[in-house]
Design a protein around this ligand. Structure first.
Ligand code: SAM
Length: 411
């Protein structure tokens, strides 16, 4: 009998690698299964996507021609389980053969699966380079930061990331306290079983993502607009600081999670479903714009992204971000402040916007970050924060982000 979680993991890999679907969408379409089996399937699929290249490197000498994708994914799963997850070889190989036998499209190649996997045992990725970034992203980053930095980013992305939590002011959260105030757990298990979850003492938020609100430094009673707010980690931070928050997002479905989190954490915000480009409101004392972007800074959490997305959306996203920056500045009162951020590694979605907006909006100034716990090297010459996945590498890294605090002229 084929192992259920492994079968689901291969279905997820087929959806991402063959059909070009995001893992988050593919999970929705899985056949019914116990939550523990689905969670294990997701963990296995994520591990394979993080090690696809090294797995293929070890497999390819034993394959005269590429087998169909479903068979390749069965082989890759067994390979990654043995070489990266410490699974005993006999279990991983037998399970791969069972999986191949169970599928009408793979049954005739069960013998090949058995023969190839027995040749690669004992498997180890030691000494092999980690999974590389896709070339359209790798090349500009090598040009910008050098080969060593890009290799360091790739090494971080090959590991399962830790879980970061943001605690309400005055509350605490489980895990290691990070210098910037977040908490980090290397191996959290089930999130809802952690202490303080039911009490709403904290929420899940990457340590880099948490810095955008620290940069804005909201004050009690201030009117703050959180633009592009869903699923809402930053809204929760703003509300917890005592600001009067209006959270806007075009996606009602994504905002549903914000409503759940506000209720669990006993926090309040006005939540509006609207297209930011048409939304009329304000003026606000402060605005946070976390614009939609390539999300290239989050590959360590979403290793499916490089297999599903390429640079073809980029020009459209950059144009949308520019329009959003202008709209966000218009919603600010004179003298108000704004943080613009994206979870992108690309200067087109960060540093270049800053240069262009300062040209388009004479009088707007940059305020340099003064956040406890950040490394001064993270601050750019222009006074923005450039956060990279290889920062804090020994602790498990962080999401890549660009963020900058701007001040609108007073009169
Ligand atoms: C990077 S995510 C925001 C993450 C969020 N700030 C947080 O901390 O959880 C970008 C968001 O922009 C929203 N969005 C995209 N286009 C929009 C538009 N025209 N108006 C408002 N929201 C938009 C998406 O629905 C998505 O939720």
């Amino acid at each position: 009998m084929a192992d259920e979680a492994r079968g689901l993991a291969v279905a997820l890999l087929n959806a991402v690698l063959d059909d070009g679907r995001l893992l988050s969408q593919a999970i929705e379409d899985l056949p019914p299964a116990a939550p523990a089996q689905r969670a294990r399937a997701q963990r296995l699929a994520l591990a394979v996507l993080r090690h696809l290249e090294p797995a293929d490197r070890l497999l390819s000498p034993h394959l005269r021609k590429a087998p169909p994708m479903a068979v390749r994914n069965i082989l890759r799963l067994a390979m990654v389980e043995m070489a990266a997850l410490g699974a005993p070889a006999h279990g991983a190989v037998n399970s791969a053969v069972d999986l191949a036998r169970a599928g009408p499209r793979t049954r005739h190649l069960a013998g090949l699966v058995n023969a190839v996997l027995r040749k690669v045992v004992p498997a180890s990725f030691d000494g092999l380079p980690p999974q590389r970034l896709p070339m359209w992203l790798r090349q500009p980053l090598v040009h910008l930061w050098g080969r060593e930095a890009v290799s360091a980013i790739e090494a971080v992305q090959a590991e399962a990331p830790p879980l970061d939590l943001t605690a309400k002011p005055g509350a605490t959260a489980p895990g290691e306290a990070l210098p910037t105030g977040s908490f980090r757990l290397a191996d959290p298990g089930q999130v809802s079983a952690l202490p303080g979850y039911a009490e709403g003492d904290w929420w899940v938020q990457d340590a880099a993502a948490a810095l955008a609100v620290r940069l804005l430094a909201p004050q009690p009673g201030e009117r703050v607009a959180d633009l592009c707010a869903a699923p809402g980690g930053k809204t929760l931070q703003l509300a917890a600081a005592g600001a009067q928050v209006t959270a806007v997002d075009v996606s009602a479905a994504r905002l549903a999670r914000l409503h759940d989190n506000l209720a669990r954490c006993r926090l309040q915000a006005e939540v509006v479903v609207a297209d930011l480009l048409d939304w009329q409101a304000g003026p606000f004392d402060a605005v946070l714009l976390d614009a939609p972007c390539s999300a290239t800074g989050t590959i360590r959490r979403h290793p499916d992204l490089p297999f599903v997305k390429d640079a073809s959306d980029l020009a459209g996203l950059v144009a949308l971000q520019s329009a959003m920056i202008d709209r966000a500045l218009a919603l600010l009162r004179p003298g108000g402040r704004m943080v613009f951020c994206t979870c992108s590694l690309l200067p087109d979605e960060g540093e270049r916007h800053l240069a262009a907006l300062l040209d388009r909006h004479p009088g707007v100034t940059v305020e340099r970050p003064g956040i406890d716990g950040i490394d001064p090297h993270w601050i750019t010459e222009a006074g923005a924060l450039r956060l990279r996945p290889d920062y804090w590498a020994a602790r498990g890294g962080m999401d890549g982000f660009f963020m900058v605090r701007l001040r609108k002229p007073a009169g």
